[in-house]
Ligand binder design. Sequence first.
Ligand SMILES: *Cc1c(COP(=O)(O)O)cnc(C)c1O
Length: 375
Amino acid sequence: MSEPARAPIPVFTTERQHAELAEALRAAAERVIASNSYILGSEGAAFESEFAEWLPARRVVGTANGAEAIQVALMACGVGPGDEVITAPNTSPYTVLGILAAGARAVLADIDPTTYTLDPAAIERALTARTRAIVPVHLYGHPADMQPVLDLARMRGLRVIEDACQAHGSQYRGRPAGALGDAGAFSFYPTKNLGALGDAGAVVTNDEGVALLAARLRNGGRENRDHHALAGLNSRLDEMQAALLRVKLPRLQAWNARRRALARRYGERLAGARLELPREAPGTTHVYHLFVVRCAQRDALRAFLAARGIGVGVHYPIPVHLHAGFRSLGYGPGAFPRAEQAAREVLSLPIFPELSLDEVDRVCDAIVEFEGGHA
Ligand SMILES: *Cc1c(COP(=O)(O)O)cnc(C)c1O
């Protein structure tokens, strides 16, 4: 199935995957419609145990989305009003929204410029007497350097809640991202490595107590039919999304392997290019949710590729602390120089399992052509 030479190349699309899975997705949807059970039924429970087995982790608690998975995970770990939670500035704004929704204060720390994940030394500098938790973000599918984070947390009595929303299947020293700390948050937003056909998320944990609390919190804090033991939130994973996710989960391993193969192809074809390629730190497995290169002339390269029908993205053009909506965090321009420089230079190239090697080659040819004209 070769593409016509000039067909546009999307940065991401569900179109090819959903064409392949159409029959299975339709069968799952029809099963849910016929069941007359739409919230907290057998599909959700089955997905929770299947995803737990896949990772592996002891417990999975479905939520309505990833941001609320972060909120529920923090609340289930006892983090709330009066507490400070440290995270990175170069993340999805939803990471910080999850922290704020739990009632905590978000404190930011700068990143390691090669992996784009939290710099352990910067975390130490951000600690105060009120620090209660750290939320490392496994950005782009590459795990944060967790051992120093876990050591620091143990020494200081802090909780560690991983933002694994981009890291389904990513490994750190042989263990799954999202199940390394007290709890992890996953998103199944349609663009993620495992994507629902709508909003969905999950809390992952090896701690039974955290799992029980999370399961109660996401269901309004209800302990039984009539009594709310806690003031929780409504953040349930619905049966339709769970059933659709169950169609995709058995394919996730192969999809991640395909993303890694595409990343290898980019690496081979761009080995001589001047732009900086993504790195995989020793002892980690990158699952390439995004294939992010770095280039001082990012905006010119972005325009050049877009003009040739090549879809590109920027994750993220504005660091969290420079959004008007996050002014109350209290940081100005220059507060996090490494994250701010990354925001000016990062560019996400097309990557998704159904992308062809020919399409990768076309993207690479265009980049080489760009560099030839910008020597
Ligand atoms: C997608 C994402 C989120 C939010 O997930 P939603 O399901 O959209 O709420 C949070 N953090 C990161 C790093 C993400 O990529």
